[in-house]
Design a protein around this ligand. Structure first.
Ligand SMILES: [Zn+2]
Length: 93
């Protein structure tokens, strides 16, 4: 990974905490709020600080399941009807 601001490769990895000492998480838009209280639908956020210019950039720790779910729509996004139809399909178990 390179710094987006200056292009340097000197990035130091770290964890982002808020002032209460809680880890900052990324909540998926399609995960209900109440579920996120139990850590469902939230993903860890990693921070990378650039030693060269101080720029801070963030990354999300997506699970393998997330990648499969969201990458199927990579590139041109399907229309609303197409997307709805794909959600109606019964879950494969
Ligand atoms: Zn930089």
């Amino acid at each position: 990974m390179n710094c987006l601001a200056c292009g340097s490769e000197s990035l130091v990895g770290g964890t982002i905490f808020d002032s209460n000492g809680s880890k900052v998480s990324f909540k998926l838009d399609d995960a209900p709020i109440w579920k996120s209280l139990f850590g469902v639908g939230t993903r860890n956020v990693r921070g990378y600080g650039c030693v060269h210019c101080g720029h801070l950039q963030l990354a999300v720790d997506f699970s393998q399941k997330d990648l499969m779910k969201y990458q199927q729509f990579e590139g041109e996004q399907p229309g609303v009807l197409e997307r709805l139809n794909s959600e109606v399909e019964p879950p494969q178990k």
